[in-house]
Design a protein around this ligand. Structure first.
Ligand code: SF4
Length: 196
């Protein structure tokens, strides 16, 4: 991938803080699940008009996908201005994309395909009036933020919308997400998503 301009969540927050008063920019945040969203929303809530985009056709089986989707209702009891968007999605489409990569270990090529698919879909959705898009994926200690951000930037370039780099693991983000899940009684799954 070529080098693309990097613009981070922290850059945007510093810019907004410099303005003093501001209208919150519209942020479409790809949300892999409610647990990872807790800290990201908590951190960004004062600065952005947030819509969470639950597009994860990689999560299987269907019951698990639904269970994770339902947990967002608990999140918005604490952050009522956050909107949740759940588009149509198909496990069959995901399985088709990762055909031949089933045996890759977590963190390998299958995951890059998976990230790219979800972020490209989010980027295209973000062209519907959002200022930026980003993803909650970088809060996980199991996920490579650098790789995710590189893919995010590329997807933003293809769709024509600005991607905000993040590394929500900073500032104890993962630990805080666990604490917020306990506070809001949010179910925390024990596996990433696919069952291959
Ligand atoms: S392990 Fe997670 S990120 Fe990797 S392909 Fe499966 S669902 Fe996607």
């Amino acid at each position: 991938m070529g080098n693309l301009d990097i613009y981070t969540i922290e850059d945007e927050i510093a810019y907004l803080q410099g303005l003093g008063t501001f209208k919150k920019p519209k942020l479409l945040m790809h949300a892999c699940c409610a647990p990872c969203s807790t800290y990201c929303v908590d951190y960004l809530y004062p600065y952005f008009d947030i819509t969470l985009y639950y597009y994860n056709p990689n999560i299987m089986p269907d019951d698990e996908w639904r269970k994770r989707a339902d947990e967002f209702s608990k999140l918005i009891t604490k952050y009522p201005e956050v909107k949740i968007l759940i588009p149509d999605q198909s496990t069959a489409e995901f399985l088709d994309l990762v055909k031949g990569y089933e045996k890759c270990p977590e963190g390998g090529e299958r995951c890059s395909i998976c990230f790219n698919h979800r972020l490209l879909k989010t980027a295209h959705e973000a062209t519907n009036g959002y200022d930026f898009f980003t993803t909650t994926l970088t809060v996980s200690p199991h996920k490579n933020a650098e790789l995710i951000n590189e893919i995010g930037r590329q997807c933003g370039m293809l769709a024509g919308v600005k991607y905000l780099d993040s590394n929500f693991k900073k500032k104890n983000g993962y630990l805080k997400s666990i604490q917020l899940c306990a506070e809001l009684d949010i179910y925390r799954q024990t596996y990433c998503g696919c069952r291959l």
